[in-house]
Design a protein around this ligand. Structure first.
Ligand code: ZN
Length: 118
């Protein structure tokens, strides 16, 4: 009796671990997500695999083909628009005049650490 309970418990734990692993891959592991911050506060988090558009803080952020980019901005120098698109956690996009930043986060990697380039 006690033994069959143990086996069931172990099976349940294995299934839970598997589901967690698959869910993590599905939602964040494949391409990560773009975190848009306006004035230091997180305004929006968008999964990179899904094309999307965010408008706010004076900029337009587009998610396209697994990459994030600032495509329009009200700032005078347009440096953020010229940065193009990024899919790397070590290449954040920043618009200083509008205090907007777009950073890429990937599952399994601590924030701000690039596990691909090194
Ligand atoms: Zn800008």
């Amino acid at each position: 009796m006690a033994k069959s309970f143990d086996i069931k418990l172990i099976c349940a734990l294995c299934i839970a671990a598997l589901v967690f692993f698959l869910a993590e891959r599905l939602f964040a592991g494949e391409g990560g997500r773009a975190v848009i911050r306006v004035g230091g506060e997180t305004a929006e988090t968008l999964p990179l695999p899904l094309d999307a558009e965010y408008t706010g803080g004076g900029v337009v952020v587009e998610i396209k083909g697994g990459k994030a980019g600032i495509t329009r901005s009200t700032c005078p120098n347009q440096l953020c628009v010229r940065q193009g698109f990024t899919d790397s956690p070590s290449k954040p996009l920043v618009c200083l005049p509008n205090k907007v930043s777009v950073t890429i986060e990937k599952a399994g990697a601590p924030e701000g650490v690039d596990d691909i380039a090194w």
